[in-house]
Design a protein. Structure first.
Lengths: 221, 220
């Protein structure tokens, strides 16, 4: 029942997104602009992997910060949150939004990585390890960003508040994932990255459980 | 009772300040007289962490009971914690200037206190961005809890990135505290004295915030 309702919330978000292009268009342009800025900032210089990984994560972080808050802010701006509250429980709302944000983030990150590799000539020596780290890093990033998006959707000055609130919460994740992707891109084997992957998984689990428990206080008036 | 408490706080802290500066200090390699900062720096850091978790605890209580009293307590803890956090950062970086040669060099310990400052800052930014009393209490409680569950990750992450130069491995070798008895006495009194000072300030702060809150609800 819970899973079915979450799936319905996800489907509703997806079809409304595909119909109105509320975030997708601006996010695609945002990715393009960010990558171009990186390209022009580097110029013709040959940057090494340590710097390139940092730049990649700047692009990923700011893209998710500008995109992931929309799911909840949209409900408040279009005043559809009351209808959603009436239709289903808070658990299915947060799960559905989590799934939607995951789909959004994974597709955006695939695009960012693709463009980034093409434009900056970024060499990834251990590609499977890199992708595993990226996937688990994204899971944690999405679950922390989603609950903070729910918090700020009720506050004023949402746009500036979002990076301010999410940065300290995301920092443990970001430090780990930047470090691990850098190591993977330099060719460190996957089993040496196991410690980092463990931290990423436990971060994801802890934050997801906390958001499932706390979301009803944010959502219900 | 309150009078006895405040005079005790006053006595202990004056004693710590005088004895901490006057008593001879055992010879600790590479620290010497600079080790005296520990009488002030360690209590400040301890209180900023204590206040952070007390704030989280009152946030949980608030969400469970919806009693505004707990929100006032949580907010007061956060405000005092922020003050002590700034003091811990300042004393720490003064010490770092004379021991490591620069005020700030992103040692893991400095990074963690920087994050604590950021969290406190974000919490106040969130509170000032919400108009309704109930919403503010609810949302900031949720944020405090979310922040508190992610902070422990630094315990696991920090040692992986870079080795710390923070002197607790020097003073505190293999879990045994390497201080002589006079130093230990001053240190323990400093911890007790400053914690008592924090509790006394917290009590005052909570009373002031309650008066403010009641005044606001009278105006409505």
């Amino acid at each position: 029942m819970l899973l079915k309702n979450s799936y319905l919330v996800f489907k509703k978000d997806l079809s409304s997104e595909l119909r109105t292009r509320y975030v997708i268009n601006s996010l695609l342009m945002f990715v393009l602009v960010t990558i171009s800025i990186i390209r022009f900032a580097i110029g013709d210089e040959k940057a090494d992997n340590e710097i390139l990984t940092g730049l990649l994560w700047i692009a990923v972080f700011f893209t998710s910060v500008s995109g992931l808050s929309r799911t909840f802010v949209k409900e408040e701006e279009k005043e559809t949150s009351v209808a959603l509250k009436l239709s289903t429980g808070s658990d299915s709302v947060i799960l559905g939004k989590l799934i939607f944000n995951m789909v959004l983030t994974f597709s955006l990150n695939a695009l960012i990585l693709f463009l980034f590799v093409i434009i900056t000539d970024y060499q990834i020596k251990n590609l499977p390890g890199f992708l595993i780290v990226l996937v688990f890093g994204n899971l944690g990033l999405v679950s922390a960003s989603t609950i903070i998006a729910a918090i700020i959707s009720k506050a004023n000055s949402k746009g500036t508040l979002y990076p301010v609130l999410s940065f300290p919460v995301l920092l443990p994740l970001l430090i780990t994932v930047i470090n691990a992707t850098k190591l993977a891109s330099l060719g460190v084997e996957t089993d040496k990255l196991f410690g980092e992957i463990q931290i990423l998984i436990s971060y994801f689990i802890v934050v997801t459980v906390a958001s499932l428990m706390l979301f009803k206080y944010v959502w219900e008036d | 009772m309150n009078k006895i408490f405040t005079s005790l706080v006053f006595l202990i802290i004056s004693g710590v300040i005088v004895l901490g500066l006057a008593l001879p200090i055992p010879n600790i390699p590479a620290l010497g007289d600079k080790a005296r900062v520990l009488y002030f720096h360690v209590p400040m850091s301890w209180i900023s962490v204590l206040a952070f978790f007390m704030s989280m605890w009152y946030s949980i209580r608030y969400l469970k009971t919806k009693d505004h009293d707990y929100d006032i307590r949580s907010y007061s803890c956060a405000q005092l914690g922020f003050l002590f956090c700034i003091l811990a950062t300042a004393t720490g970086s003064l010490w770092a200037k004379f021991s490591w040669g620069s005020f700030w060099n992103w040692d893991p310990r400095q990074t963690s206190i920087f994050i604590l400052l950021l969290i406190y800052g974000a919490y106040f930014a969130l509170r000032s961005a919400i108009d309704s009393e109930d919403q503010r209490a609810k949302l900031s409680s949720v944020y405090a809890i979310i922040a508190a569950v992610t902070v422990p990750f630094f315990v696991f992450i920090m040692p992986r990135i870079v080795e710390s130069l923070h002197p607790d491995p020097i003073i505190n070798t293999q879990g045994k505290i390497n201080m002589d008895s006079s130093m230990l006495t001053v240190f323990i009194s400093a911890l007790t004295g400053f914690t008592m000072l924090y509790l006394w300030m917290l009590n005052l702060k909570i009373r002031v915030e309650k008066i403010n809150y009641n005044k606001l609800s009278l105006n409505d």
